[in-house]
Write a protein that binds this ligand. Sequence first.
Ligand code: MG
Length: 203
Amino acid sequence: MKIICIGRNYEDHIEELNNKVPEDPIFFLKPDTAIQPQGHPFFIPHHSNDIHYEVELVVKINKTGKHIEKQFAHKYYSEIGLGIDFTARDIQSICKKKGLPWEIAKGFDGSAQISRQFFNKHSLDLSNISFHLTKNGKIMQSGNSKKMIFSFDNIISYISKFYTLKIGDLIYTGTPSGVGNVEKNDTLEGFIGSQKMLEVTVK
Ligand code: MG
């Protein structure tokens, strides 16, 4: 399986990082080794002093496809979960300045947190999914799928122009504003609506 992450999909987050609104979805990959095993703490990697959380809705692909038209994209996923795209912001800033790829800032072990539970998409209003992240009990990020610049179907259609999507692939669909850093012993909790989806302790 592969992990595909969308960058810059919420205007409020684009503003907080001084980026530009993209014309097409921006995406990058994490290796499957980035997935954190359920229940394990997140260990801050040695190569960064500024690890940020980014809470994101995650689409799980359930059908193989390439060149998927937007109108048929809904047939390629049935479940939505929640994840955290951990980012070494200090390393990413250096990469961006030098015009280099972001992978070492984004794909390290444990950088892809994923909820154990996924919602069947038919139990959700896909254009109005609220989600949030707390750090030590305080709300740090709140988002809603209605604020996504590119919808789930748009994203799937666009990515599949370049990459064959396969069963089990995960698409992280971008983060709203409020990203920030983590320190040892922080506890992060992610929610869709009022349903707690994931909890991770930082070590
Ligand atoms: Mg992200």
